[in-house]
Design a protein around this ligand. Structure first.
Ligand code: NAD
Ligand code: ZN
Ligand code: ZN
Length: 348
């Protein structure tokens, strides 16, 4: 079968022919229909070999997947052959305190047990077939287009999780800021508009991304480099600034902007990873009072069900660029160059 793999440190991903896997006891084999490309793939392919912590190479890429159940390993129940499903990617042990609460993305034992997400250590979704370790990590997608469902498992779920934690602050007259309008950011804007009364101000470095922000429902858009950005947000909010600021870029320049835009009692959520290592100072005279600063990782399984519900209700419009599997290296090149719009998805 064809698979898109990261094979050599520092080199571009390659399309290769590998053996089709078979599901062991408790596992499920999916025939893939779609796999999304995330900027985190670019991030891990830029980590130097001596700091790489995502398992061994070659790595089959893809942590956003949707497909059809092709075969059940021994003892599997809860899904059936032919069922259309999306993969919940932040795999955990399923039994620790965090997993028991449905928070598998924060599994307490994943590192100790060597559990890694598909495409970020375990063989991923960018292949004609993929093994999922448990039926627990599959969510039914019904008649949703798999090329739409796949990005929802991360580009949808990750902002949804971050936004849900701040909804209580996004009442009437509130303002939310979204920094970075790529795969995650364009869905974040739609989710804030669908779930809250907040006005949304979006920032990016590219005009085409600001156009996508407007099409996604943003009330105002600005370029991050605009020296008047802070003054304009202050004016738009009668001096209150934003009640929630979400950074989906994660570069030092973007978090420096994001932290200035949060008002008293607001939330600052850093979701973007950038080059890794960006940080914000917190303290007297640099942070408004009672601001809550946090970093979030992916989301909960029940939240993926909610995100798919939002899509089924017609409240999310996922902007996708589709590629064939042989075009995946080109799609990754464009992701790296920042010339994609919305989410790139490989369709099988
Ligand atoms: P993307 O490439 O599709 O979008 C990133 C956007 O940020 C682009 O539109 C780009 O123009 C914009 N940008 C870059 N620098 C900026 C700046 N200084 N100010 C404003 N905008 C800027 O990437 P994506 O797949 O949407 O991922 C976004 C980020 O989130 C990446 O860093 C990715 O690694 C990270 N991520 C984190 C999680 C998590 O669980 N925390 C999950 C998925 C992705
Ligand atoms: Zn991702
Ligand atoms: Zn666990």
């Amino acid at each position: 079968m064809k698979a898109v793999q990261y094979r050599t440190f520092g080199a571009a991903p390659e399309v290769v022919e590998i053996d089709r896997p078979s599901p062991g006891p408790g596992e499920v084999l999916l025939q893939m229909r779609a796999a999304g490309l995330c900027h985190s793939d670019s991030f891990i392919m830029n980590v130097p070999a001596d700091q790489y912590s995502f398992g061994t190479l070659p790595l089959t890429l893809g942590h956003e997947g949707a497909g059809v159940v092709a075969e059940l390993g021994a003892g599997v129940s809860g899904v059936s052959v032919g069922q259309a499903v999306a993969v919940y990617g932040p795999w955990g042990c399923g039994t620790c305190r965090a997993c028991a609460a449905g928070h598998e993305n924060y599994c307490e034992r994943a590192a100790e047990l060597g559990i890694m997400p598909p495409g970020l250590g375990a063989p991923g979704a960018m292949a004609e077939y993929m093994v999922v370790d448990s039926a627990r990590h599959l969510v039914d997608i019904g008649d949703l287009d798999p090329a739409i469902a796949a990005p929802l498992t991360d580009a949808g779920l990750t902002p949804y999780h971050a936004i849900k934690g701040s909804l209580a602050k996004l009442g009437a007259g509130s303002t939310a800021v979204v920094v970075g309008v790529g795969g995650l950011g364009h869905l974040a804007i739609q989710m804030i508009k669908a779930l809250s009364a907040a006005r949304v101000i979006a920032f990016d470095v590219e005009q085409s991304k600001l156009d996508l922000a407007m099409a996604s429902g943003a009330d105002h858009v600005m370029t991050s480099a605009d020296p008047h950005a802070l003054a304009m947000v202050r004016e738009l909010t009668d001096g209150r600034l934003a009640q929630a600021v979400f950074d989906f870029a994660g570069f030092q320049s973007s978090v420096d902007l994001a932290r200035q835009l949060v008002g008293v009692g607001g939330d600052l959520r850093i979701v973007g990873i950038g080059m890794g290592g960006a940080s914000v100072p917190v303290g007297f005279f640099v942070t408004p009072y009672e601001v809550n600063v946090g970093v979030t990782y992916w989301g909960y399984r029940h939240e993926l069900i909610e995100v798919l519900d939002l899509a089924h209700s017609g409240l999310l419009s996922v902007h996708v660029e589709r590629f064939g599997v042989d075009e995946a290296p080109e799609a990754y090149r464009r992701l790296h160059d920042g010339t994609l719009s919305g989410r790139a998805v490989v369709v099988f």
